[in-house]
Write a protein that binds this ligand. Structure first.
Ligand SMILES: NC(=O)C1=CN([C@@H]2O[C@H](COP(=O)(O)OP(=O)(O)OC[C@H]3O[C@@H](n4cnc5c(N)ncnc54)[C@H](OP(=O)(O)O)[C@@H]3O)[C@@H](O)[C@H]2O)C=CC1
Ligand SMILES: CCCCCCCCCCCCCCCC(=O)[C@@H](N)CO
Length: 328
């Protein structure tokens, strides 16, 4: 009744499909899961990056029977996502993957005022639709195939819980993913499909390097330079998928540390997770109550400091707009 143990998700021999598996978080996850004996399929667009990724995954093989495949395919529509899923399933007798991690995504931070129509639409595509379409196609395939116990894991962001200046094209999509994941966490119980969603903070990945090219200075100042490697972030996700019972009277009251539904990799995200819980299942009632209390005090303090920084930036921003001819 009381105990300290964990019930790990065991990827050994499972077919894991990772979108965006050629870079950053997706690639790091592929490395971890390959070492745990999983079959890995990755999908992204750039063939060179896919080739390099598969080569690095191949080096981590633990069994000759593991199947590692990479496909260059688009994921930006329902039909494209369904086609990609069908393609990765072909190497496994047409059966749906046992777990799907939708890591594909991108972010292009800018001032709202500098965004054109395409920035806004691409923002939703890259933060939301790329992942939503795969989940949509996968659910149908899993249910048709009677695939019970399968997993769909979304990748949101700390910016799926909170947000600030610069993320108007990205944060809404990451919030939307949370809405989708919370819905599916409820609805897919109909079919025995497990849904998880990961909220990573800053990860130093190729995608991060890319986004810093357009990121306003004030955005960078507010978010700071703390972060983790893709490997650390992938490990936090993998560990977060296990249930760690601490005092197991009734797991959801007294003890599942490291949640199994909303997964966070750092304390700041834990605080926002606990304070924006909504109707999402809890991971640990005691700890989250504590986090919620800390957030109740600390977040307003932080928020008011951000507001000061934004206000202090007004004049410089006006000069910037005038200089680029916004008013003329
Ligand atoms: N880095 C960070 O600080 C954070 C990132 N995140 C999220 O984590 C996820 C992974 O990010 P990260 O590892 O940094 O990103 P990377 O840019 O390093 O990797 C993104 C992967 O997604 C693929 N991808 C991008 N667009 C498409 C597309 N339209 N179709 C198919 N594949 C695509 C890329 O390949 P290719 O371009 O060849 O298609 C690549 O494999 C993203 O969803 C991101 O929003 C969340 C919080 C923080
Ligand atoms: C108690 C309260 C203290 C609060 C401190 C909050 C600091 C803000 C952290 C925001 C970090 C954003 C990480 C996600 C980045 C991301 O998703 C993009 N890089 C996308 O690529």
């Amino acid at each position: 009744m009381f105990g300290l143990f964990s019930q790990k998700w065991n990827p050994d021999g499972k077919h894991v499909y990772i979108t965006g598996g050629s870079s950053g978080l997706g690639l790091a996850l592929a490395h971890i899961l390959a070492q745990k004996g999983a079959h890995i399929s990755i999908v992204a667009r750039n063939q060179t990056k896919l080739d390099e990724a598969i080569e690095s995954i191949e080096k981590l093989r633990v069994s000759p029977s593991q199947i590692f495949k990479a496909y260059s395919l688009p994921l930006d529509s329902g039909s494209a996502a369904a086609k990609a899923l069908e393609t990765v399933s072909d190497a496994h007798g047409g059966e749906a993957p046992d777990a799907i991690f939708t890591c594909a995504g991108a972010s292009t931070p800018k001032f709202f005022i500098d965004m054109d129509e395409k920035d806004m639409v691409d923002g939703m595509m890259n933060a939301y639709w790329l992942q939503a379409w795969t989940a949509w196609a996968a659910t149908k395939q899993m249910v048709r195939g009677g695939k019970r116990g399968a997993k769909i894991v979304f990748v949101s962001s700390t910016l799926g819980y909170m947000t600030f200046v610069g993320y108007a094209s990205y944060s809404p999509g990451k919030h939307a993913l949370r809405g989708l994941a919370d819905t599916l966490n409820s609805e897919l119980k109909l079919y025995g499909i497990d849904v998880h969603i990961y909220f990573p903070g800053t990860m130093f990945t190729p995608g991060y390097t890319e986004e810093t090219k357009t990121k306003p200075e004030i955005t960078q100042t507010i978010e700071g330079t703390d972060g983790v490697t893709a490997e650390q972030a992938a490990l936090a996700l993998y560990k977060g998928m296990a249930l760690h019972y601490v005092v197991g009277l009734y797991s959801r009251i007294l003890g599942v540390v490291n949640g199994n539904y909303h997964i966070s990799g750092d304390l700041i995200t834990d605080l926002f997770c606990a304070s924006t819980r909504g109707a999402a299942p809890r991971n640990n009632w005691l700890l989250e109550g504590l986090y919620d209390l800390v957030a109740y005090i600390a977040v307003p303090v932080w928020r008011s400091s951000v507001e000061k920084q934004v206000l202090a930036h007004r004049e410089e921003h006006q000069t910037y707009l005038a200089k680029k001819g916004f008013y003329s």
